[in-house]
Design a protein around this ligand. Sequence first.
Ligand SMILES: [Zn+2]
Length: 438
Amino acid sequence: MLTSLRQFVEQAVIGDSVPRLARLGKSLPPALIRRIQEDGFRKTFGYAAKRQKFLARKLQAAGIQPERVRRPADLGGVFTTPEDLLSRPPEDFLCREPQAVFETTGTGGEPKRVYFDYRELERAARYEAAALYENGVRPEDRVVCAFDGGYWISSWVTFSACRAIGAFSSAVGKPAPRETYSRLGLYRYNVIVADPTWLVSLSEIAEKEGAAPVKLILAAGDRMTDAYRNYIQEVWKAPVILGYGSTEMGGGCGMECREQQGYHLDEFNFLFEILDPDAEGYGELVVTTLGRRVMPLIRYRVRDVARVITEPCSCGVTLRRLSAVKGRRDEMVVMGAGNLHPAILENVLHNVEGISPNWQVAVRQEGLHDVLEFRMELTDGIEASRVEQAVRQNIESRYPEMWANHTCGMYRLAFRFHRPGALAQGRKMRRLVDERQG
Ligand SMILES: [Zn+2]
């Protein structure tokens, strides 16, 4: 039987060594990585086309003959979506008997369920270990991981990654930050792994009561803003490195290096595509798992909008990078101002005085023209005209292209002001709405 190119490299060059695996990400020329990915795609696709009911049905409906598929583009409009995982039974995706299951909850309703075997989880852990090693984690370090437990995958994988490195580790679920703070000295933890907002709470305690010596902080999960990151780094005097991934990807699929300029992608285990990229290369991330055999995902639509950075990174790692996620595909609105995401509007309204946190921006249509309408509640007795002026200035200085589109008439700006409380919408405000017809 032919072993795949990746298996050959792994078995012949690396074995179980995490440092050697980390070196692989620095030494393999990009052309060889592309070949490993192409080879991996053909093997995974061929395997799944024979065994995965979901994929087989999709191929049949699209009139695609599996033996003709060499690369993702040959699959045309065949994708796997989060909705597919939610609406179909696991048997439709399972190609082999599973040994573990993890869940991920979206915005309400049933969780998505993703199945693995032990070998796949160990493998995910070894690659996470290599990324941690590259960021300086060594056997003599002591890691506390506060990723949530339960049916979440990240805590399990990080614990196994520490085991692969040989570092002391505690994966303790997500305790109150105070509980972890009180044990930092006792167990001499010097690496902290957690969600951004949890890290902010921990750092607030440390800012008042003193920060223990920590060499590295790894964060993943909800959105990390620059303000959060700077604050945490300042308190601990340690770098905050971000990881990117999800349960569907079996934990992480990318991690920053010390340059903090994008996630180096795990191109050995995943093939990445950017769907319908805009002029700057931003589009929806689509991922095919290359190593998994229990529940392989072929062209899974992640719904995150990002771009792949192809320029080499000064850290020397040859794996390509993924930019910071700009937003969710389902929250993006394409209009005269460009591709708008809620995060862009958050930046536009950041530091604008005289408005409450309840605001919304709507895209409307008047005749043949798009209108970008800011709906805000006035507070502190500040005049509407001043708020309006600040918003215009922020667009001009923070998003020059969006402003250029405005000055050449591609859309109009409108402002509506309300009493405090008038725009409140309950728990979660929809920041950006598209109210155009059709
Ligand atoms: Zn780098």
